[in-house]
Write a protein that binds this ligand. Structure first.
Ligand code: NAP
Length: 265
């Protein structure tokens, strides 16, 4: 599936303690999210989450997640087993289901990041009972699954969380990282126009003095114009509304230029 249609953040394990808060953060920042849960009734019925898409799938059947992963720009994987009381099947959930989902993400060409919570390794004060020891082993094995993948991943290493983060969302989910690349369309449009101008000026002013001659004219500038055209097309389909703002500024500049020329005449 083209990355142009992968705009949502898929939250797997969205009904858990952490998952609910992640959903609220995403909703507060108006980031489209798909909450993947095994029981839809566990998603809080809050106005803030009204626009959040809810998809029901159990990780014991990871193939069911394939269509969701194919639509995701990023995946936040928060499904896991209870830390203090490991249930039967914990290893299958933490490692086998994770591996299957990671595999689906790789095959679908996940464009963004795979994010999950891992073991911080700094909790020696905790009594390392059987469940805790096994939990840590599973988290380290989960790290290895990701390290062996080709995904762009991020493991958030937390301490022991016994309480969810209370109150209003304190984490600002920012899409700022995408903003510099949102400038690409109008930068590329300016390059494209420069390339086209070369052909127009050659035709309109064939006898103008040319102290510098373009090497391999017309092949090299034609390739340049075609490449800019393709970059413009793909960046427009990716950035959509952001890109149109930049192009609108460029268009306003064009209109001003026409007015200035007309007034000089
Ligand atoms: N709490 C900590 O101290 C700590 C520290 C570091 C890392 N982590 C890890 O961070 C992650 C999130 O932690 P948390 O405290 O939010 O955990 P949590 O409240 O126990 O949430 C776990 C989530 O996994 C889902 N889940 C369990 N089995 C599933 C299955 N077979 N199919 C689909 N979903 C399934 C649960 O769904 P239901 O709602 O239906 O049960 C729940 O949404 C876990 O992997 C945890 O191990 C936790």
């Amino acid at each position: 599936m083209s990355s142009a249609f992968r705009e949502s953040v898929l939250v797997i394990g969205a009904s858990g303690r952490t998952g609910r808060f992640v959903l609220r953060y995403l909703a507060s920042a108006a980031v489209p999210a798909i909450a993947c849960v095994r029981n839809a009734a566990r998603v809080p019925a809050e106005p803030l989450l009204a626009a959040t898409e809810i998809a029901v799938a159990d990780l014991t059947q990871p193939q069911r997640l394939a269509p969701l992963i194919e639509r995701a720009a990023h995946v936040i994987y928060l499904a896991g087993s209870e830390r203090k009381r490991l249930s039967a099947g914990a290893w299958q959930l933490e490692i086998d289901s994770l591996s299957a989902c990671v595999d689906l993400a790789q095959r679908s060409g996940l464009p963004g990041r795979w994010i999950q919570m891992g073991y911080s390794g700094h909790e020696s004060r905790l009594p390392a009972n059987w469940a805790e020891t096994r939990w840590r082993e599973m988290k380290l094995a989960a790290d290895e699954v990701l390290a062996a993948s080709t995904l762009n991943y991020f493991v958030l290493r937390t301490g022991l969380l016994t309480e969810p983060v209370g109150g209003e969302p304190r984490v600002l989910v920012s899409q700022q990282q995408d903003l510099p690349s949102a400038e690409l369309p109008h930068n590329v449009a300016a390059f494209l126009l420069t390339g086209v101008a070369l052909f127009l000026l050659r035709a309109k002013e064939p006898d103008a003095p040319r102290p510098f001659r373009v090497p391999l004219y017309p092949v090299l500038p034609a390739v340049f114009v075609l490449m800019c055209g393709y970059l413009l097309y793909s960046s427009l389909t990716y950035h959509r509304a952001h890109a149109l703002v930049g192009l609108a500024v460029l268009a306003v500049g064009g209109v001003i230029l026409l007015f200035v020329r007309a007034s000089k005449k």
